[in-house]
Write a protein that binds this ligand. Structure first.
Ligand code: GRF
Length: 217
């Protein structure tokens, strides 16, 4: 069976990119990363892609007069590579409505909280300030509003006494590295449908593995 052609958009460290690279390296995995795009030439994730033999493109947002032109350059790069699904993984630019609409239900993101709670930046600090007992991560289809859209996978982790933003981020990140490949696998297997702006996952085995609900760290 043909593997789903995926692009990953990054701006930084790229640990989620690495989790996706590692998943795609398994022979039976139904997706392949054809392209990694960064808006920042200094993104550490670019080296991870190169090491894995993946084509990289740097498209610096600063070189474009406006968002539409930047989005257009990304769109063109995706089209040239024959990309079928786009994964945002720590991509720190907001994509415009036209781009998001064009890629509707073919564009996914990972956010480090249990959406719709704690949208936006610095979620771990706000989780701690709110005193909630659980947080986690969410993989979702992208809609024009930030951190909004149908939820594909969530993984919960406890907030423990003594946590600071750093320890909590590390615990959530371990969950992210399991949740994102799982969401990609489900999509690539053709099991994910969006109906009335909610995700339905078909087929056996859609229960999350215990490792995702209770990640190490
Ligand atoms: C992750 O926490 C992700 O949820 C958020 O940005 C961070 C990116 O980390 N959107 P990395 O670059 O994948 O290591």
């Amino acid at each position: 069976m043909a593997r789903l052609k995926v692009a990953v958009l990054i701006s930084g460290r790229g640990s989620n990119l690495q989790a996706l690279i590692d998943a795609c390296a398994r022979p039976e995995f139904p997706a392949e990363i054809r392209l990694v795009i960064s808006n920042d030439p200094a993104a550490a994730g670019l080296a991870r892609a190169s090491e894995a033999g993946i084509v990289t493109r740097v498209i610096p947002h600063k070189e474009f007069p406006d968002r539409a032109a930047f989005d257009g350059a990304i769109d063109q790069a995706l089209a040239e590579a024959g990309i079928e699904l786009v994964c945002l993984a720590g991509f720190m630019r907001i994509l415009g409505e036209a781009f998001v609409t064009r890629w509707r239900d073919r564009l996914i993101n990972i956010h480090p909280s249990l959406l719709p709670a704690f949208k936006g930046l610095h979620s771990h600090e706000r989780v701690l300030a709110a005193g909630v007992r659980f947080t986690g991560c969410t993989v979702h289809f992208v809609r024009p509003a930030m951190d909004d859209g149908p939820i594909i996978v969530q993984a919960a982790v406890p907030v423990l006494p003594g946590d600071d933003a750093e320890t909590l981020a590390a615990r959530v990140l371990a969950a992210e590295h399991q949740a994102y490949p799982l969401a990609l696998r489900w999509i690539a297997e053709g099991r994910v449908r969006v109906r009335e702006d909610r995700v339905e996952v078909s087929g056996a085995g859609t229960m999350l593995p215990a490792a995702v609900l209770n990640p190490p760290g």
